[in-house]
Design a protein around this ligand. Structure first.
Ligand SMILES: Nc1ncnc2c1ncn2[C@@H]1O[C@H](COP(=O)(O)OP(=O)(O)OP(=O)(O)O)[C@@H](O)[C@H]1O
Ligand SMILES: [Mg+2]
Length: 338
């Protein structure tokens, strides 16, 4: 097939402040190269188009010669950023991998995602969503709660001190997070149990890859047991053996595994996700799984010594990097009847 690969790539090193933050969700050049090479290794031709403001014109020019777009573009800015490229592609009538514009937009909004799950009776922690200009008023939640920006990823805005134990501290925290991210916040009951992340794949019959568990046993006492910014980027990144940060395959009962599988597939289906997504979930105090969020374009870092959950799960399934990329293309082809 003639595949066009759309992506957003980092131009600055993470240290350079403002631009670095704008690009925090973008992929490293090594990842872009690895995906490109894997598309080719699957027997396709691959043209790279960076998803910047010129992407529309470039796609339009060659649209007659594109069979499929492999899209991992995070989008440039705004509350529907991940839906930007899918929307352009729909306008041009070009088929693409991963979720459609609608699911990409909805899943960027954690509160909206949770409301859809709730409508379908799927368990997700109790929460309050507070818009940017709304009065910070929260009622009926059991403490501790976690305060997080409603529409960020990669643990942006989730710090060790985002876990609020005291109702008296809450308003201050809500105001601070809103101010920093210029966005609404989600105040959510904290789930203290084991944490899992699960890759769901396919379309008419979705299935899961081996479940990955966060390893909280290795955390020092100073770090609260959740994937905060400090935990991900300051602690886990410095581990001599990065593979200690997770457990895969997990040691859980067959019944819990079945329950998680069913829950994640339902979470994927009710949001109309396609081809692949990664669901984050945790056990509550009673040991029951509850959904936290879903990522429609899971990271795919090629270096096996840098933790990236889809590659971790894929390797546990016996897939190499080429197969990992190929599987997404296969599911898109089946879905689109190409
Ligand atoms: N209600 C909760 N109870 C317990 N832990 C939570 C809760 N919400 C979030 N967390 C913790 O915070 C982490 C980050 O939260 P979440 O997955 O919502 O944010 P994210 O930044 O979008 O994540 P990602 O890096 O997967 O994009 C979770 O992996 C989990 O450890
Ligand atoms: Mg997450």
């Amino acid at each position: 097939m003639r595949i066009v690969f759309t992506f957003n790539v980092r131009h600055v090193k993470p240290a350079l402040k403002k631009l670095a933050l704008d690009e925090a969700e973008f992929d490293e050049p090594e990842t872009i190269k690895a995906i490109h090479d894997a598309i080719v290794a699957n027997g396709h031709t691959c043209i790279d188009i960076e998803a910047d403001e010129n992407a529309y014109g470039k796609l339009k020019k060659i649209k007659e010669n594109i069979d499929l777009v492999f899209n991992v573009a995070e989008g440039l800015r705004g509350e529907i950023r991940e839906a930007q490229v899918p929307a352009l592609l729909e306008m041009l009538g070009i088929p693409y991998t991963h979720s459609g514009a609608l699911a990409q937009a909805v899943t960027l909004d954690k509160a909206l995602t949770k409301k859809i799950w709730q409508y379908h009776g799927l368990p997700t922690p109790k929460f309050a969503a507070i818009g940017l200009n709304e009065k910070p008023y929260v009622e009926g939640l059991r403490f501790p709660v976690l305060v997080k920006p409603n529409s960020e990823g990669s643990s942006k805005g989730i710090f060790n001190d985002s876990l609020v134990e005291e109702p008296g501290q809450l308003i201050k925290k809500i105001r601070a997070v809103r101010k920093q991210y210029g966005n609404g916040v989600l105040v959510e009951e904290f789930l203290p149990g084991r944490e899992f992340t699960v890759t769901v794949m396919g379309n008419s019959q979705p299935y899961i890859l081996p479940i990955v568990e966060q390893n909280y046993d290795i955390f020092p006492d100073t770090l609260k047991k959740f994937a905060s910014y400090e935990a991900k980027w300051l602690f886990e990144d410095q581990l001599p053996n990065p593979h200690e940060a997770y457990v895969c395959p997990v040691k859980i009962s067959r019944s819990l595994e079945k329950l998680i599988e069913k829950l994640c597939i339902q979470a994927f289906e009710v949001l109309h996700c396609r081809d692949i997504a990664r669901v984050d979930l945790r056990l509550d105090a009673q040991g029951k799984p509850q959904l936290l969020e879903i990522n429609t374009m899971p990271g795919m870092l090629p270096d096996p010594d840098v933790v990236s959950y889809y590659p971790v799960a894929a390797r546990a399934a016996g897939w190499d990097y080429t197969r990992m990329i190929g599987q997404i293309i296969t599911h898109a082809k089946e879905r689109l009847n190409i």
